[in-house]
Every structure is written in structure tokens, then in C-alpha cells.
Ligand binder design. Structure first.
Ligand code: CP3
Length: 344
């Protein structure tokens, strides 16, 4: 049997030649799938993340159904925060809600370092999954320090990130101390998954696109780099993703990733220009286009695969997660199309 180390995803991430373009979707596990809605009935989000049997089943569902080239570990970016004792919940239709937001130095005391003993259910779930997945790679993930800080400081999802920015610009020392702690938690969470057998890891900095590049480099990049460095001793490629990060692509690559995620606002061609040829890229279909008539969607997918040919490595994905109302049959069709048109 071939190993996930020889998979299309790992090869593309390492900028090695592939027979065709690997494809997976952020949020491929989730509400778009009726089989997901069925197994989640009556089980809270955080609870389901702590049950290895459920995590395994939910992670495998889109692999079975769509034939994607990778599984993304079913969890959430706030799971490690809850594991170290932060009082939070994931509210359906809202997102993570934190009981007592982090705003002052004393609040750091509620954020201890993460050790593997905090998350035995993660190690167990990864073991189960790696055994089931065979040659299909499992992608582990964590939230990046900025995006985690945003939830902690705001107390929940935020449009303007005003408390986060007020803290970052108003008390840079506290900001750096908070993000240093979060980088440890994020890095340790990635390392637990890599140690248990994940074949690649993705750092999600979903909301960092709200910062200009100079501030990203000063306030964020060192902490994201520290999180990524936590798995540098493992033989796993790293993917660094954000939304609306066209201006930050090169800086996100420089933070230490093998693959830079590109959302749909910047073409792969422009992204490759900005990245200077040293990174593989992942992306970049607008998830809203999955609702468009097939001919329009097909043309977009073909265009992205074509642009991706110029990259040192391309992993096809969406520019952000699958929307809950997406028709899952359209996703399966996109997988088939990417495989067919990218064959060389
Ligand atoms: O397939 C996958 O991508 C796997 C799992 C995954 C989830 N969350 C499951 C989830 C991943 C990679 C995440 C990461 C995550 N969580 C991010 C980064 C990715 C991104 O979307 O930018 C962020 C910002 C979060 C925080 C979060 N958790 C949000 C914004 C929400 C959505 C709230 C809602 O209900 O619309 C969640 C909850 C969540 N995480 C769900 C899932 C499947 C939905 C909960 C449910 O199904 O009941």
C-alpha cells in the first residue's frame, strides 16, 4: 500500500511533480452533508469534538462521498482553548462565544500552556483516522494566534475587531504576551496531531486580512511563525491560510509555510507573482460559485486549474469554507472535474 507521504497533497505541498491536482475543501465535513446532520443530532459541537468515534466518522464522511484527496480533521480552532480551561461554547449559527473576554494582563492567568495531556481525545481520534484512511492524508489544523486572540478579546465573532485592535495598538506588550501564549497553544495543538500521524497541517488565520502588512509583520507574523515552528521537527508540510489576505501573502509565506492559502479575491496568477515562486499555493474557488449554474462554475474551475499549472505546486480548494446550503453533489462534480482537467 502506498503511504500518505507519497500522496498528491503532500507532493504538491512539497513542490514535487504530481500526476494531477489534489483537491479538498475547507469545511468539507459539516452541515452541507445530510449524513453529518444526522450524526450531530442532539450532540453539541464541542462535545462532538471530544468524541473520537464521532470525530472519525465525521472526518471520513466527505472522503467517502466526494473522493477528495485529503481529510481535514474534524475539530474547531477553539477546541485547544477550551481544553486548557477557557470557558467558552460554540453556538450554532453564531460561532465561538467566550464567557469572560481577555482584556487585561490578569486575564492571561486563565490561559495556561497546552500539553498533550490536555487533549488525549485528539491523539486517539487521529490514531483511529490514520488507520482508516490508508493512503489518504489527514490534515491537522489549528487557529493562528491573531484569529484566536480575536475570539478571546472580542468574546465572540466580530465584524470590526475593535477590541482586538484597541488592545494590539494600545498595549503592545500585553498583545505580544497574549499572542506568545496563543502561539504555544496553537503550535502544541498542531504538534499533537502531527505526532499522532497527521500528514500535513494547516494554520487558519481567517480574520488577519483586517490588518495592513506592516502591522501584520510587527504584531502577528512572529507569533504565527512560532506556531508553525512547533512542527518544524516533524516531517509534515505546512499550509498557512487567511481570508482577504492578498496584501499579506508574501509575509504569510515568510512566516514559515510550505503552502500559502489564497482566497478568491486574488487570482492565483497574481498570488504567484506576489509570492515569488518559492511556495506552493492552495485555493481559490469562491464558495458562492458552487451555487452558480454548472457551465459558469465549470469555466471557473477550469480557469483555476490552468492558472495553478504555473505554480510550483497547487492544491485545489475553495477560497473559504463550504457554505452550509451547498449542494454536496456539486462538490463531488468539482472533484471529478479537477482530476480530469488537471491530468498531465
Ligand atoms: O471540514 C472542516 O473544515 C473541518 C472542521 C473545522 C471546523 N471549524 C468545524 C466546525 C475547521 C477547520 C474549523 C476551523 C474554524 N472554526 C475556523 C477557521 C476556518 C474558517 O472558517 O475561517 C474558524 C474561524 C472557526 C470558528 C467557528 N466555529 C465558526 C465561525 C463557526 C461557525 C458557526 C456557525 O454555526 O455557522 C464554528 C462552528 C463550526 N466549526 C461548525 C463546524 C462544522 C458548525 C457547527 C455545527 O455544525 O453545529
Amino acid at each position: 500500500m502506498t503511504s500518505p507521504r507519497d500522496s498528491l497533497l503532500v507532493k504538491a505541498a512539497r513542490r514535487q511533480p504530481v500526476t494531477h491536482t489534489p483537491v479538498w475543501f475547507m469545511r468539507q465535513a459539516g452541515r452541507s452533508l445530510p449524513e453529518y446532520r444526522r450524526v450531530r443530532e442532539g450532540v453539541g459541537m464541542l462535545e462532538s469534538c471530544r468524541r473520537p468515534d464521532l470525530v472519525t466518522e465525521i472526518t471520513l464522511q466527505p472522503v467517502r462521498r466526494h473522493g477528495v484527496d485529503a481529510a481535514i480533521f474534524f475539530s474547531d480552532i477553539v477546541v485547544p482553548l477550551a481544553a486548557v480551561g477557557v470557558d467558552l461554547d460554540i453556538v450554532a449559527g453564531v460561532g465561538p462565544v467566550v464567557a469572560r473576554p481577555v482584556r487585561a494582563r490578569a486575564d492571561l492567568d486563565r490561559l495556561p500552556e497546552l500539553v498533550p495531556e490536555h487533549v488525549p481525545y485528539i491523539t486517539e481520534a487521529v490514531h483511529l483516522l490514520v488507520a482508516e484512511l490508508g493512503a489518504t492524508p489527514l490534515i491537522g489544523f489549528a487557529g493562528a494566534p491573531f484569529t484566536l486572540a480575536s475570539y478571546l478579546v472580542e468574546g465572540g465573532p466580530s465584524k470590526n475587531h475593535e477590541h482586538t485592535k484597541a488592545l494590539m495598538y494600545g498595549d503592545p506588550q500585553l498583545w505580544h504576551d497574549l499572542c506568545g501564549r496563543l502561539a504555544q497553544i496553537s503550535g502544541a495543538f498542531l504538534d499533537v496531531q502531527a505526532a499522532a500521524g497527521a500528514s500535513a497541517v494547516q494554520l487558519f488565520d481567517s480574520w488577519v486580512g483586517v490588518l495592513p502588512r506592516t502591522d501584520y509583520e510587527r504584531f502577528v507574523a512572529p507569533h504565527s511563525a512560532a506556531a508553525l515552528a512547533a512542527v518544524a521537527h516533524r516531517d509534515v508540510p505546512t499550509i498557512h491560510f487567511g481570508v482577504g489576505t492578498g496584501e499579506l501573502l508574501a509575509a504569510m509565506g515568510a512566516a514559515g509555510a510550505d503552502v500559502v492559502g489564497v482566497d478568491y479575491r486574488v487570482s492565483l496568477t497574481d498570488a504567484l507573482d506576489r509570492l515569488g515562486g518559492s511556495y506552493a499555493v492552495q485555493g481559490n474557488l469562491d464558495p458562492a460559485l458552487l451555487f452558480a449554474p454548472w457551465p459558469a462554475l465549470e469555466a471557473k474551475v477550469r480557469g483555476i486549474v490552468e492558472e495553478g499549472r504555473a505554480a510550483p505546486g497547487h492544491i485545489f480548494n475553495l477560497g473559504h469554507g463550504v457554505l452550509p446550503d451547498t449542494d454536496p453533489e456539486v462538490l463531488t462534480r468539482v472533484v471529478e472535474l479537477v482530476h480530469e482537467v488537471s491530468r498531465r
